[in-house]
Design a protein around this ligand. Structure first.
Ligand code: HEC
Length: 122
C-alpha cells in the first residue's frame, strides 16, 4: 500500500517536473539571441555593453534574449520584481548587469526587450 502510494507520488512528481522543464532553444533561437538588439539606439548601446554578453549565449545560465520559454516562469513574478532583481542582482546575475548608467526605466525596457520574441537583425 505504502509502496504503491510512493510510486503514484513519484510518478506524478516526475510528470509535473517534465511539464515544467522548458524546451531547450534550437539553433534558430540561438541565432536570434546573438543578433537581436533593441531598436532604440541608446538602449541598444546599453544592451550591447552590458546585458548581451550573458543573455545572448548558452555559455551563461542567463535566460536567453528573445527566447520566451526561458522567461515565462520569471515573468510570473511580475515586471517590478524583475526590475528589482536586475537592479540589485539575483543569484549569478550581477547588480545592474554591470550597467551603471542604466535607470530603472532602462532596466525595465531591457527586460521587456529580452523577454519578448525578437527577430535577428543583420
Ligand atoms: C555577467 C552576466 C550577466 C550580465 C552582464 C547580465 N545578466 Fe541578467 N542574468 C544573468 C544570469 C546568470 C541570470 C540567471 C540568474 C538565475 O536565476 O540563476 C540572469 C537573470 C536575469 C533576470 C531574471 C531575474 C529573475 O528574477 O528571474 C533579469 C531580469 C536580468 N537578468 C536582466 C538583465 C539586464 C537588464 C542586464 C543588462 C543591464 C543583464 N541582466 C546583464 C547574467 C547576467
Amino acid at each position: 500500500m505504502f509502496a504503491k502510494l510512493c510510486c503514484v507520488l513519484l510518478c506524478s512528481l516526475a510528470v509535473s517536473a517534465c511539464q515544467k522543464a522548458p524546451s531547450p532553444p534550437g539553433s534558430a533561437d540561438l541565432r536570434v539571441a546573438e543578433l537581436a538588439v533593441p531598436d532604440e539606439p541608446q538602449l541598444a548601446q546599453k544592451y550591447a555593453r552590458a546585458c548581451q554578453t550573458c543573455h545572448s549565449s548558452r555559455a551563461s545560465t542567463a535566460p536567453l534574449t528573445g527566447f520566451v520559454p526561458d522567461w515565462q516562469v520569471r515573468l510570473q513574478q511580475g515586471l517590478p520584481t524583475l526590475v528589482t532583481h536586475a537592479r540589485e542582482g539575483y543569484k549569478a546575475m550581477p547588480p545592474r548587469g554591470y550597467c551603471n548608467d542604466c535607470s530603472d526605466q532602462d532596466l525595465e525596457a531591457l527586460i521587456v526587450f529580452m523577454s519578448s520574441t525578437q527577430r535577428a537583425k543583420e
